[in-house]
Design a protein around this ligand. Structure first.
Ligand SMILES: [Zn+2]
Length: 438
């Protein structure tokens, strides 16, 4: 069994409920949720079409009879047509911008916010947060659930928050040093950027007060974890969530760091094939689907996340009983088809991180100049490794080329670019530009 990277503390005894008690609780809460959702015209119609009588939902297994919900359902009920409580009971609204189309909004009752901060507290404590710590939050504050979600979870634990938000990275480094934050919260790509800036400002890894990092909001790889840990001299933990389900706190890593425990007393998770929607056996990669069990303002039934991951039900040395989900390996709608081969941007990242001398900043551009797809990967070379020596650069490029081919099965044209030439983002990094007309 995996060794725990931190002392094992459990925030909420519900995290260790025996599986049979957990299933019974899920069944009761699912019945309540379906009854609540049935008050919303959209869900009432969807349940009727699926032939589901809300009164007949008793066990957690009944979840498989429920209709799916997709992002477009939220868009079509813009702005808050899926509310299951009177508008007066809303105490917070969040939303996601999305890269295309209308934004989508989600809402919370007082109790929803209390549940949410408790779920965030669980994964933070599992990953080393203690009441005496100070946490630097470099997530954006606003409609995005990351900033406020983490903020209130940290306060619930009793730790201190520095709500730094995004931007002005040299100043962030200064704040971390001067205020002495032990914990960093942001997206993994921004953590990497903070590490670069800290290095440029003359901080050696481990000389900042940081000890732990909790990163989420975008998919990342194990190689990137190693990179962040080395760059900042910290232990890095992964957490997962999405605004449609609640925000961060749907799942998070414990000290074993071998998958993220889904908070199953509040969410039912399923892993399905993205096309057939049939269940994928444990260990297999499929699309994650969540049903909320306690959300009041905006219950969701079988929400299709488009996030691809696998589930692991084997016991965990930490004692938590929630099923563990793998890191997100891609999105079913992000999947690129290049010359007929399925490729995820995360695979390119994995390949790059295997090669010394390349920073994990990259951009994939796809075009179809004639009849065949062409993929160009622009890769930043690390400051110390950028040389005028042509031969060394060609060797580096060839190595990257081989690694990308080995991981993805596709040949891409690799272009090395000078350090700090690709755009940095404080939010989710945009990695792909697809110029094909489809
Ligand atoms: Zn665990």
């Amino acid at each position: 069994m995996a060794k725990l990277a931190v002392e094992n503390r459990i925030w909420d005894p519900a995290e260790t409920l025996p599986r049979d008690a957990l299933r019974a609780l899920q069944g009761r809460r699912l019945a309540e949720t379906v009854a609540r959702a049935a008050k919303v015209p959209f869900y009432r119609d969807a349940l009727a079409r699926a032939g589901v009588d809300p009164a007949g939902v008793r066990s957690v297994d009944d979840v498989r009879r429920l209709p799916f919900t997709v992002k477009d359902d939220l868009r079509e009920n813009y702005p808050l047509g899926l509310l299951a409580v009177p508008r007066a009971e809303i105490v917070r609204v969040h939303g996601s911008s999305g890269t295309t189309g209308k934004p989508t909004f989600v809402a919370y009752t007082r109790n929803d916010l209390d549940v949410w901060s408790g779920l965030v507290a669980r994964f933070l404590v599992a990953g080393g947060l203690r009441p005496e710590h100070l946490v630097h939050v470099a997530f954006g504050y606003g409609l995005f659930t990351g900033g406020f979600g983490l903020h209130y979870g940290i306060e619930k634990v009793g730790a201190g928050v520095v709500p730094a938000a995004g931007g002005n990275t040299p100043r962030q480094v200064l704040l971390i040093r001067d205020l002495g934050a032990e914990v960093l919260v942001c997206t993994p790509s921004y953590a990497l950027h903070i590490a670069e800036v800290a290095k440029a400002e003359g901080f050696l890894p481990g000389t900042l007060p940081l000890r732990f990092g909790h990163f989420g909001g975008e998919p990342w790889t194990e190689e990137m974890r190693v990179e962040i840990e080395r760059g900042l001299g910290i232990l890095a933990f992964n957490n997962y969530g999405l605004s449609e389900v609640i925000g961060p706190g749907v799942s998070g890593e414990c000290g074993a760091r071998a998958g993220m425990h889904v908070q199953e007393d509040h969410f039912v998770v399923e892993c399905v094939h993205p096309e057939t929607l049939e269940p994928v056996p444990d260990g297999g990669t499929g699309e994650l689907v969540f049903t909320t069990l306690t959300k009041e303002a905006l219950p969701v039934l079988r929400y299709r996340t488009r996030d691809l991951a696998s589930l692991d039900r084997s016991p965990c040395p930490c004692g938590r009983t929630g099923v563990r989900m793998s890191r997100v390996v891609g999105r079913s709608d992000d999947m690129l088809i290049i010359r007929g081969v399925n490729v995820f941007p995360s695979q390119v990242e994995e390949a790059l991180l295997r090669v010394e001398g390349t920073a994990p900043h990259y951009l994939i551009e796809i075009s179809r100049p004639g009849t065949l797809d062409e993929a160009v990967v622009k890769v930043e070379v690390r400051p110390g490794d950028f040389r005028d020596e042509m031969r060394e650069m060609i060797e580096l490029r060839d190595r990257i080329d081989r690694e990308i081919h080995a991981v993805t099965g596709v040949r891409m044209t690799v272009e090395l670019v000078a350090p700090n030439t690709l755009e940095r983002s404080a939010g989710k990094a945009r990695r792909v530009f697809d110029h094909r007309n489809r």
